[in-house]
Design a protein around this ligand. Structure first.
Ligand code: ZN
Length: 245
């Protein structure tokens, strides 16, 4: 069973199409991006017969007759299934972060708010299978269904589009399959600092405060909410000094 699911998942990656530039209306794109063209892959060459036999062996087969795109894979991992079920309402999972990452998050949040900034934690630990699901939803929507106008795919297109929107995915931001989130070493937070925020009389930025807390944004433009733990943390004394203000 697992093998079948992973095969389907592989198929969904192989079968990439080309698409335009529209995004879902409910999703707000981040400010700045490189205008790179999406990769072009050759057209799919997989027999619908093989695909159908694969699908019929799934736990909950949902077929869309007349649509050559395979439905989303089932989520087998129970931890990931719980994340999926509560994706709209569940609190962010900070408890499963590694201790150093949890500590850095706490220190960072305290610094930002003590200097008058706002801190909105979006995501922290994510199970590997849940991350894989996010990746699959993105690939299926952006590469296979977004510009698919075939009437046979209409129902699947609606389902995957709703899933894409529910998870607040962005067309220009493809989730990776395994990430620092799955290792408990990263979190996503939307942060705004007041103009001219100062620490010890010096201007401070979000990234300056992040460095003081022992974290960094590896891709500020492409993924501005993503912070990961630095390999080597600064001495605790430096934070004690900061928080004493
Ligand atoms: Zn992230």
């Amino acid at each position: 069973m697992h093998r079948t699911v992973s095969q389907l998942f592989l198929l969904s990656i192989i079968c990439m199409g080309v698409c335009g530039a529209e995004s879902l209306p409910s999703v707000t794109a981040p400010a700045a991006f490189d205008e790179e063209a999406l990769p072009v892959s050759p057209a799919r060459a997989i027999s619908p017969v093989i695909l159908d036999s694969e699908l019929s062996s799934l736990h909950h087969p949902r077929t869309y007759p007349g649509c050559k795109v395979a439905p989303l894979s089932d989520i087998w991992d129970t931890e990931a299934a719980a994340f999926e079920k509560n994706a709209d309402t569940a609190p962010v999972d900070v408890d499963d972060l590694m201790p150093d990452a949890a500590q850095a998050l706490g220190n960072f949040q305290e610094m930002v708010t003590s200097l008058g900034g706002t801190f909105e934690l979006k995501s922290a630990y994510r199970p590997l299978a849940y991350q894989a699901h996010l990746h699959e939803v993105w690939v299926k929507w952006v590469k296979e269904l977004r510009n698919n106008r075939s009437s046979g795919c209409r129902a699947l297109r609606e389902e995957v589009g709703a899933e894409f929107s529910r998870h607040q995915l962005l067309v220009k931001q493809q989730p990776v399959q395994a990430s620092d989130h799955t290792l408990g070493l990263a979190f996503d937070a939307a942060i705004a600092m007041p103009r001219g925020a100062r620490l010890h009389g010096k201007r401070v930025t979000v990234d300056k405060l992040a460095a003081l807390a022992g974290i960094k944004r590896p891709a500020i433009r492409r993924d501005p909410v993503h912070f990961k733990l630095l390999a080597a943390r600064p001495a605790d004394a430096s934070y004690a000094h900061v928080s004493g203000l």
